[in-house]
Design a protein around this ligand. Structure first.
Ligand code: AKG
Ligand code: FE2
Length: 312
């Protein structure tokens, strides 16, 4: 039980934010307002994207009406953040299941406890990282865009974080598309791009060539989100190699223009992690990247991907 002084301070803080118009109450949900359930409290993370969900403890199984509110907030915010969580892997999986079926990881970096949970970490055991994507900076990308059915969503739960850096950047791909000049839109509408991922040689920075046997897939450059109906720009610097049907030099120039456009600071929210943070992002309308951090600091997060959401 939190001391009452803490609660008062917290209420005052929320009161101030509410006056500033920063806290919104989700008054309705899929089944209409439920008088027995308090409205969902949310706070924008940035002008680009993101909603923080306040006062929800993921340690408990949530009522259906609350889950519907969370999904609504997620579609509005593109990413949702819940802070100060203390979760078992089962709790984290249950939260993922509110949004769609968690994908099994068949990977050396899973935890051995739950097949859907994978470690992202630079911590070494016998000289080998215990997690995937261990070190340093990572370029913008969307998860699994190099396979036919990429993960609709991904989630990270922070356990240990560096004192500085290792921040995750999230970019709004709806805004990136909507703000393109009309002539660029007409050059990319209806086109496909080849996405590839060379995990062994170019896991965090773009490779220089497509190696034999590397997974790759052509997806539309502009995709429509199944739940919101909005169009998003679906290329990224780490994994998109070429726009199909264009000469190499034209494709390279157009892609570079699109990468520079979509990574502009005005479309980006930079998340500075605290242990206990959970972020769920939508791979169909956001991109993400990571800032550099010291190899002497430990970083450990638990990741779950969601195979597809209920609307797709
Ligand atoms: O470590 C991070 O901040 C992001 C890693 C990443 O790209 C992912 O888990 O999909
Ligand atoms: Fe990623």
């Amino acid at each position: 039980m939190a001391p009452s002084g803490w609660r008062m301070r917290r209420r005052t803080h929320l009161g101030t934010l509410m006056k500033q118009g920063a806290v919104h109450e989700a008054m309705s949900n899929a089944r209409g307002p439920d008088p027995a359930l308090p409205a969902l409290k949310t706070r924008p993370l940035s002008t680009a994207l993101g909603l923080e969900i306040l006062d929800v403890d993921l340690h408990e199984k949530l009522p259906d009406t609350r889950v519907a509110q969370l999904r609504e907030a997620w579609h509005q915010g593109l990413i949702v953040l819940l802070r100060d969580q203390t979760l078992t892997e089962q709790d984290q999986v249950r939260f993922a299941e509110y949004f769609g079926p968690p994908a099994k990881t068949i990977n050396v970096h899973n935890t051995g406890r739950h097949p859907a949970v994978m470690l992202i970490s630079n911590i070494r055991k016998d000289g080998k990282p215990i997690g995937a994507l261990p070190d340093g900076e990572m370029q913008f990308h969307t998860d699994q865009c190099y396979i036919e059915r990429p993960a609709a969503a991904s989630m990270l739960y922070a356990i240990e974080v560096p004192r500085a850096g290792g921040n995750t950047l999230f970019a709004n791909a709806y805004l990136a598309y909507e703000t393109l000049p009309a002539d660029i839109k007409s050059r990319i509408d209806g086109r496909k791009a080849i996405n590839a991922y060379d995990y062994d040689n170019a896991s965090t920075f773009r490779g220089t060539r497509l190696r034999e046997g590397v997974p790759h897939y052509a997806h539309p450059v502009v995709r429509t989100h199944p739940a919101t109906g909005r169009k998003a720009l679906y290329v990224n610097r780490l994994m998109t190699l070429a726009i199909a049907g264009l000469p190499d030099d034209e494709s390279d120039a157009l892609l570079n223009l699109l990468f520079d456009h979509q990574e502009q600071r005005r479309f980006v929210y930079e998340h500075i992690w605290r242990p206990g943070d959970v972020i769920l992002w939508d791979n169909r309308c956001t991109l993400h990247a990571r800032t550099d951090f010291s190899p002497r600091e430990r970083r450990l997060l638990k990741r779950i991907t969601i195979a597809k959401d209920f609307e797709s």
